[in-house]
Design a protein around this ligand. Structure first.
Ligand code: HXC
Length: 508
């Protein structure tokens, strides 16, 4: 018995060394942790149970039979984050560049199948050179099996991808199919084809960072939802995000003990909206003053800053917040903002997370760039997402709610449950100047100022909408937290009968 125990320990120790000390040192020299070190930070101490540590690839092409390393470049298993279960896999760059072989993919598929069956999220840590080139179609088949499971798991369990090194070729599509993608600044990049091929095909000379670094993907492509300074901060933020998420689509959003009184009033909110309609103010201030202990996890912070999306808590339970941000582009809805918010709303709806929407929107962004870029389709995405969502929806209009954007931003007509407005709300087809110049054009320029005043008095208030029941109540800003908490309590057992359909056809 002693011999076999020693043999077991020897094999385990060998597997834990991955590609060997020299490659581990090289990983550290680049400011990156190893796959196992990352899992130690991500998971609660001592909670990780590893599977398939002794799996080796079966290929023998190009001498690969002489390079079989136990684990085959990915560490898989399950553990807990603050006591709540999660399945994990971490690609090990020290083993053949973390590349994806047939067996490597089978290890990932095994834990994805368990996650779907047993109802817990999957977190993947990426650091990989893509398909194991020596394996040819076997590696591609492995990718295909992972992609298929990403799709089948979508809306069943939350899936999170963390890019902590290269993520190239076939490896990019699995993250793209998951709910959230996060990156590490400076050490991670994602692209389908790298700088070399790019140079040959399009004659562009770019570095990996310029082609697919965290800045590009968090600010321009929106492939990634956030980026953090280094591996440790990134993994700690993933733990923080995890605390907001339900385990699966049958689970309620998690609820944590909280000291913050739901009746807490904040008098400073009574003066948040400036007297001058065209002056911006920070919508983030409203969010952080309304949620428990100001604890907000923002999604997509660096992209389409004219809309804020993220998670907070009210009475200890997770709430998804969507809010126009007057500090950026006056809070206008453009294609990027519509796409960003639509995706967030759909995530919340998949996973039973109530949605609170704060509205201050002057309308949809005009111009050829937006029209030619498809704002009609992109704006429709947000409209679609809100209208199809059956989770509790509470809306507060703080100031402007103009035109189509009024309809889209979780209005009563989009099946929002409770619609509040602050006394400063202005619910109208458009702003006064534009409106008057159209409807009173024939009266000449001298009539315009008087007509603007008339329009403002008539329409720029919440009471016309309230008189029709489109606004349920006009509330005092300082009571917003308590009114939202009460609305969410009232909606706790919300159920919606759905007309049968196979699935909808959101305008992609
Ligand atoms: C096999 C690979 C590999 C791969 C890296 N390695 N990528 N082995 N298949 N895809 C191996 C290297 O040979 C090397 O082994 C070790 O990993 C470390 O790689 P280096 O190149 O030394 O490291 P670095 O300089 O940091 O560069 C990392 C890299 C580069 C940028 C990821 O390795 C690279 O460009 N790899 C190929 C990326 C790529 O084109 N992938 C696409 C594959 S096709 P030794 O033993 O020398 O240390 C694909 C299509 C699928 O994925 C489509 C499905 C839809």
């Amino acid at each position: 018995m002693k011999d076999v125990l020693e043999e077991l320990e020897k094999r385990r120790a060998q597997a834990r060394m991955g590609g060997g000390q020299a490659r581990i040192d090289a990983q550290h020299a680049r400011g990156k942790l190893t796959a196992r070190e990352r899992l130690e930070i991500l998971l609660d101490a001592g909670s990780f149970e590893e599977y398939d540590m002794f799996v080796e690839h079966r290929s023998s092409e190009f001498g690969t039979d002489k390079n079989r390393i136990p684990g085959d470049g990915v560490v898989t298993g399950w553990g807990t984050i603050n006591g709540r279960m999660t399945y994990v896999y971490a690609k090990d760059f020290t083993v053949l560049g973390g590349s994806t072989s047939e067996t490597h993919a089978q290890k990932i598929c095994k834990i994805m199948d368990m996650a779907m069956q047993n109802g817990a999220p999957v977190i993947g840590l990426f650091d990989s050179g893509g398909a194991r080139i020596q394996e040819g179609v076997a590696a591609l088949a492995g990718f295909g099996e992972i992609f298929k499971r990403n799709v089948l798991a979508s809306g069943v369990v939350p899936q999170i991808s963390v890019i902590m090194g290269p993520c190239a070729g076939g490896d990019v599509y699995s993250p793209a199919l998951t709910d959230f993608v996060f990156m590490v600044q400076g050490t991670s990049y994602m692209f389908i084809t790298g700088p070399e091929v790019t140079r040959t095909v399009t004659h562009e000379d770019v570095t990996p960072e310029q082609l697919g670094g965290s800045k590009v993907h968090t600010t321009r492509s929106a492939v990634a939802d956030g980026a953090y300074e280094n591996d440790i901060i990134c993994l700690e933020e993933i733990r923080r995000l995890y605390d907001f998420l339900p385990l699966n689509n049958r689970d309620a959003a998690p609820s944590w003990p909280v000291e913050d009184d739901p009746r807490r009033e904040d008098l400073s909110l009574d003066t948040l909206v400036p007297d001058n309609d065209n002056k911006p103010y920070d919508m983030m201030e409203l969010i952080t003053k309304v949620i428990d202990e100001g604890d907000f996890f923002e999604i997509g912070e660096a992209f389409a800053r004219n809309i804020i999306t993220g998670f907070g808590r009210v009475e200890g339970s997770t709430v998804g917040f969507v809010a126009n941000q007057p500090m950026a582009l006056a809070g206008v809805l453009d294609s990027d903002a519509s796409r960003k918010a639509a995706r967030f709303v759909r995530f919340c709806d998949c996973f039973n997370i109530p949605i609170v929407t704060f509205v201050d929107v002057p309308g949809f962004m005009p111009g050829t760039a937006q029209e030619h870029g498809g704002i009609i389709k992109h704006g429709a995405k947000l409209l679609f997402a809100y209208a199809e969502a059956t989770v509790p929806k509470v809306t507060v209009i703080t100031r402007k709610a103009y035109g189509g954007a009024y309809d889209v931003m979780a209005s009563k007509h989009m099946r929002a449950d409770v619609n509040y407005a602050w006394p400063s709300a202005q619910i109208a087809v458009m702003g006064p100047k534009g409106a008057v110049e159209i409807i009173f054009r024939k009266e000449g320029p001298e009539a315009i100022p008087g007509r603007i005043q008339e329009y403002e008095e008539r329409f720029l208030n919440p009471f016309v909408a309230a008189s029709r029941g489109y606004i349920d109540d006009v509330i005092r800003p300082h009571s917003t937290r308590w009114r939202i908490a009460r609305a969410l309590r009232m909606l706790r057992n919300k159920q919606v009968a759905q007309i049968w359909k196979k699935h909808d056809n959101i305008p992609l």
